[in-house]
Design a protein around this ligand. Sequence first.
Ligand SMILES: [Zn+2]
Length: 158
Amino acid sequence: MSVGGRNGIALGAAVARAIREHGAEAYPFECCGALIGHGGAVIDVLPLPNTTSEGPRRRFLVNAEDYQAAEAAAESRGAELIGFYHSHPDHPARPSQYDLDHAWPFFAYIIVSVERGTPGAVTAWRLAEDRSAFEAQLLAIEREEPAPARWADARSGE
Ligand SMILES: [Zn+2]
């Protein structure tokens, strides 16, 4: 699948569900968390706390402590920290100017819109090379199915 490559981001069903549920839980505040995986394939998430020393998160912000925790979590799973997700309570799933000002190059950014407590659209972004804007990424979300093969070991299940 080419979606897992440089220009696409792939979410397993459980990962997509975890992001949506975190967004609903944190409502009316923004939630945020780390994306763990390989390349553009997200295999796990690490929800980050919804409060910081400055109080409840109203804006997506990852501090040094969060970053270290995310890297350690990724390493313990034999994977990499590949990006971050956050929610937009009662706002569309498009990056804000604030998001742009605080984004890092190379990372994948997932945004979930949460309308009146209910998670909606999920979008994926990367910073443009000149850091002037976000570029929308192809996003593949594995369908929720009761079927056996889990996304992560689909290859070995053949
Ligand atoms: Zn945002």
